[in-house]
Design a protein around this ligand. Structure first.
Ligand code: SF4
Length: 307
């Protein structure tokens, strides 16, 4: 099968099928031992671009362990259920940054995350880097003990996913070229004047799947500056009522569902099904006014599933 070129999306991976060994966290042939990380299974997929391991690429430096590289600080945002930010679910936060005092944008562009990224790209820093030592302790310890860690598991899987790795490459290249992390490209920013409450800018980060959906939509509307252009006039976006009209057109009535209050519905789902999430953190993420002891009164998950 032909290799993909950089940036090309691999749509052939079916995660319901058994994956080859290089797409598993550990698996057969993994000979890593304490203090001796093996990277043989990284970048093995035949779907990767041919030049992926050329001298000087981030892939070559990571595989040859010239740098202590992990793709997560370049691709993911992580927050604990108490609202504290961390580099990932295994990483350590800075002890002060929380969704209630730091925006996601500020965290992703802040000292801790940039310090980790700089250490990971600098062959002289690596495992000894100030920020890596402070925030990635668990992975360092696990690799000393077992030769494996969350970092090595992620790198093995992500480096063999051609679609994902092209995004890592792009994020790293942009970071190296500009010196800052471009979170905006994966963020919806709602201007202050469009916000009903508080009249403050609100940022909504995009998960991988949402980012992919938006990217696909944008690719289909190349002749418009909008992701969802109006069918009547491509120089304008669809109207505020378009979604509601589409829902009515497929037969869902006003009694069953209305688009108004989608965020309340999300809050209800989180409140009902993920009660471990702190209410004020959920409110901050949804940009809701804190509404004290009043319960959310919108659709519940069973209601939504039934429409
Ligand atoms: S090195 Fe480990 S702790 Fe640090 S970001 Fe990667 S997976 Fe998380």
């Amino acid at each position: 099968m032909a290799k993909l070129v950089a940036g090309e999306i691999d749509t052939t991976v079916n995660f319901n099928e058994e994956q080859p060994a290089f797409m598993t966290k550990g698996g057969p042939g993994d000979t890593s031992t304490g203090g001796n990380v093996k990277t043989d299974a990284w970048f093995q997929s035949h779907k990767l671009p041919r030049d992926i391991l050329d001298k000087g690429t981030i892939a070559q430096k990571a595989k040859d362990q010239e740098i202590f590289f992990c793709d997560i600080p370049f691709t993911q945002l992580y927050m604990e259920i108490d609202g504290n930010y961390q580099p990932c679910c295994f990483g350590k936060g800075d002890g002060k940054s929380n969704i209630l005092n730091t925006t996601m944008d500020e965290w992703m562009k802040g000292d801790a995350m940039n310090g980790i990224r700089n250490d990971m790209l600098n062959p002289k820093a690596g495992r000894q880097g100030e920020y890596v030592k402070k925030h990635c302790t668990r992975c360092l310890d696990d690799e000393d003990r077992y030769g494996k860690s969350r970092r090595t598991a992620c790198m093995k899987i992500h480096s063999n996913d051609a679609s994902f790795w092209s995004k890592v490459n792009r994020a790293v290249q942009m970071y190296e070229a500009s010196g800052f992390f471009d979170f905006d490209e994966r963020m919806i920013t709602i201007p202050a004047e469009a916000m009903k409450v508080k009249k403050k800018i609100h940022h909504v980060p995009l998960s991988n799947i949402t980012f992919e959906i938006f990217t696909n939509h944008k690719n289909k509307s190349v002749d418009s500056p909008y992701c969802f252009p109006s069918p009547m006039n491509k120089s304008k976006p669809i109207g505020t009522e378009s979604l509601l009209r589409a829902i009515r057109r497929v037969g869902i009535t006003n009694d069953e569902f209305t688009t108004h209050g989608n965020r309340h519905t999300a809050a209800t789902i989180i409140g009902n099904h993920l009660p471990q999430h702190r209410r004020d953190v959920v409110d901050a993420q949804l940009h809701h006014k804190i509404i004290g002891a009043v319960s959310y009164t919108h659709l519940t998950l069973p209601t939504i599933c039934s429409v």
